[in-house]
Write a protein that binds this ligand. Structure first.
Ligand code: FE
Length: 136
């Protein structure tokens, strides 16, 4: 089960806790440049947690090579771990993905992923913290 207790912090607290890049993406809905993120090419076995609140969001067995330049997953770790919202910014109709626990912006969801779900969760590396399975 995903953590369901919500985390509420002021923007000042978030700004203090996160790096400037993490803050710009998680709290201000920014996007890191394609092919720039630390986890885009990560193939290790483990879990991807929210960089802001630590909630588990994705597992490595649902990560795939999308060619987009951002870490891509076809399934969240638990469907209650993330929330989706209509995003009409920049003249596009997209679906925004946020962390259900802290509300942090993660990326977007597109309906062009691989089987079995056909979904592509296109997520910023800066929004994620990878935890290797072999490490405690
Ligand atoms: Fe979070």
């Amino acid at each position: 089960m995903a953590e369901t207790s919500k985390i509420q912090k002021t923007e000042e607290e978030w700004r203090h806790e996160l790096t400037p890049e993490q803050y710009a993406i998680l709290r201000q809905k920014g996007t890191e440049p394609a092919f720039s993120g630390a986890l885009y090419q990560n193939h290790a076995d483990g879990a991807y947690h929210c960089a802001a609140c630590g909630a588990e969001l994705f597992k490595s067995d649902a990560k795939f090579e999308s060619g987009s330049g951002w870490p891509s997953f076809f399934l969240p770790a638990d469907k209650s771990a993330i929330e989706t919202h209509d995003d009409l910014s920049y003249g596009m109709r997209r679906v925004e993905v946020t962390c259900a626990r802290c509300g942090g912006h993660l990326g977007h969801l597109f309906p062009d992923g691989p089987k079995p779900t056909g979904q592509r969760y296109c997520i910023n590396s800066a929004s994620l913290k990878f935890e290797n399975k072999d490490k405690k």
